[in-house]
Design a protein around this ligand. Structure first.
Ligand SMILES: C[S@@+](CC[C@H](N)C(=O)[O-])C[C@H]1O[C@@H](n2cnc3c(N)ncnc32)[C@H](O)[C@@H]1O
Length: 243
């Protein structure tokens, strides 16, 4: 079992979260902010090649081919969440109904936010709408931490670009390491609203540690769980560089 009192800054675990979550004590996490697989790779038409520009990466990732069932997350999330805690989960359009079915009956409130991406992947063939919006489901019980300041803060709509340029973590080959790295600015907005300094933030689908960087930069403690060794090692380096 992880001793939360001994958690000074952060703990990273390279494991399947369905087993690692069992090592987190009851009622010990103040904010679960996570970005699980989306189950959308099955719909992908693959990468698109153009002779006048670089390929557009339309093939999500190997890890998205393993089906994630929101119902499987519920028991451990309920057990580890502090009574004053909040849950925010990035979610694709095809899973929102499932998250609602599973989480709404178990919490006092279920809402969702829309992240509008100002620079989504283009569709030069003009064959469909752009995927410029992503959903974030959120839920909590009465008495949860909430730090709204203005009415503007309270819109369930965030607008920002996707993670670009220097912020993107690169692999040894200099290429982008993670296809769905989240911008730290969005994560910081949520962490500020839904937790306090020194609180424990958990991302059990850590990727390359964006939630970790956002949490630590706001003086929260962080637990990150990532199954992929390469992403885990990149997170170790990324968080070490913060200190
Ligand atoms: C959508 S990505 C998260 C990206 C992250 N938000 C970031 O900014 O880097 C989902 C991550 O979950 C990881 N993952 C998938 N199944 C997992 C499992 N059972 N346990 C832990 N990690 C898992 C994948 O390897 C992938 O890195």
């Amino acid at each position: 079992m992880i001793n939360i009192n001994n958690l000074k800054k952060y703990k990273l675990i390279n494991d399947d979260c369905f087993s690692a979550l069992k090592k987190i004590p009851d009622n010990s996490v103040d904010l679960i902010l996570t970005d699980p697989p989306y189950n959308i790779a099955q719909y992908s038409t693959g990468n698109m090649s153009f002779d006048w520009r670089s390929d557009i990466n339309n093939d999500l990732a190997e890890w998205d081919l393993n089906v994630l069932n929101p119902v499987d997350l519920l028991p451990e999330f309920k057990r580890i969440l502090a009574p004053t805690g909040n849950i925010f989960i990035f979610c694709s359009y095809n899973l929102i109904g499932e998250y609602h079915k599973v989480f709404d009956p178990e919490f006092d409130t279920f809402q969702f936010m829309v992240w509008h991406k100002t620079n989504p992947v283009p569709n030069f063939r003009k064959s469909s709408f752009l995927n410029s919006c992503e959903l974030i489901v959120s839920c909590w019980n009465k008495g949860h931490t909430w730090n709204f300041t203005t009415q503007k803060d309270m819109h369930n709509f965030i607008e920002s670009g996707i993670c670009m340029g220097k912020e993107r973590i690169k692999g040894k080959d200099g290429k982008t390491l993670h296809p769905t790295q989240k911008p730290v600015s969005i994560l910081k907005k949520i962490i500020n609203i839904a937790s306090n300094e020194n609180d424990v933030v958990l991302d059990c689908f850590n990727g390359v540690g964006s939630t970790g960087e956002a949490s630590l930069s706001l003086n929260r403690r962080y637990i990150g769980i990532e199954i992929d060794k390469v992403y885990f090692e990149a997170t170790k380096q990324r968080l070490k560089n913060l200190f």
